[in-house]
Design a protein around this ligand. Structure first.
Ligand code: ZN
Length: 79
């Protein structure tokens, strides 16, 4: 379960165009994301452990089975 360092460098928050950093997801959030994406994975259990947090707005974009989901509607708003 790793996101490529080079990929991480080119990823940015779609709202702020700012860099994102790897953060762990709380178990409750990881479970919520897994439940949401399970049907899209056609029975395969999605792996959800980390997210990418925008350094500016603090939104956390989940990483699902090594795929960063850089969509505002899928992001968590962190304080
Ligand atoms: Zn942002």
């Amino acid at each position: 379960m790793a996101v490529d360092a080079e990929l991480l460098e080119i990823l940015a928050c779609p709202l702020c165009k700012q860099e994102v950093k790897l953060v762990p997801l709380t178990p409750a959030r990881a479970t919520a994301v897994r439940d949401k994406f399970r049907e899209k994975f056609r029975g395969e259990e999605p792996v959800v452990e980390q997210g990418l947090q925008c350094v500016k707005c603090g939104r956390v974009y989940p990483i699902v089975s090594d795929i960063p989901v850089m969509l505002v509607e899928e992001a968590f708003e962190e304080a």
